[in-house]
Design a protein around this ligand. Sequence first.
Ligand SMILES: C[S@@+](CC[C@H](N)C(=O)[O-])C[C@H]1O[C@@H](n2cnc3c(N)ncnc32)[C@H](O)[C@@H]1O
Length: 231
Amino acid sequence: MPLLKTLEYEVTTLTRERLPKTIAARTRRVYDVLSTIYPLSTYCFHSRAHKTAVDMAGIQDGMHVLEVATGSGEMFRRLVKANRNGKTVGLDLSPRMAARTQKQVRRDYPDAWTECQAVDARYLPFRDASFDAVVCCYLLELLSTEDIFLTLQEFHRVLTRRGTLTLVLIGHNAAMFNRLYRLAGSLAPAFWGRQIDGRLPELIESCDFRITAERELRQSGYPSRVVATRK
Ligand SMILES: C[S@@+](CC[C@H](N)C(=O)[O-])C[C@H]1O[C@@H](n2cnc3c(N)ncnc32)[C@H](O)[C@@H]1O
């Protein structure tokens, strides 16, 4: 990774960083507690972005696919559906989220090769070049800038040559939503985190990914941004 570019980004960003440190222990507790009602939020705000991300990720049946931060598993089931003859691995920091995802996918797709465990995305327990595609929705907002770099580097490491990384992020093109989100983030940072600003492309490219497509969309007023990249 070009070190100078990384440092430049960090210096300019940290001056207005609203999440100077990842607060993983609190985040894990909050999402554990909310694991049973979290599917409602997916249904109301995230399902359109999930569908778009599956289409943009170029998943072909038979691939090795990793979803990072599965939440309660709605996107994970979409990925397994598209990859019934491949291997689909999921992980989430919250053990309850991971257990719920595992249980439901085994019930819905008993013949598919699936695995979901409680793992911190910053330290992936997989060998280099293990996956053809990595998908990650609404996680980066919960990580400090330093940990976003760490995590993107981990994604890069576990992807095969020319593997794809598809990210879904909270959009930032709705002024009123942004104001509300800032307020929510200051009240409960472990749950909401903060929006990542418009320089995300710089951040992704400094970790040696090339952006291949981008889409902005809204669901029930909630803006999302889907970014498809290739190693
Ligand atoms: C906003 S939710 C998004 C869930 C799901 N990806 C979706 O699209 O609905 C964020 C998820 O990231 C998980 N998470 C937060 N920090 C994490 C970390 N360091 N490693 C892995 N998962 C993490 C949380 O437990 C939570 O399930």
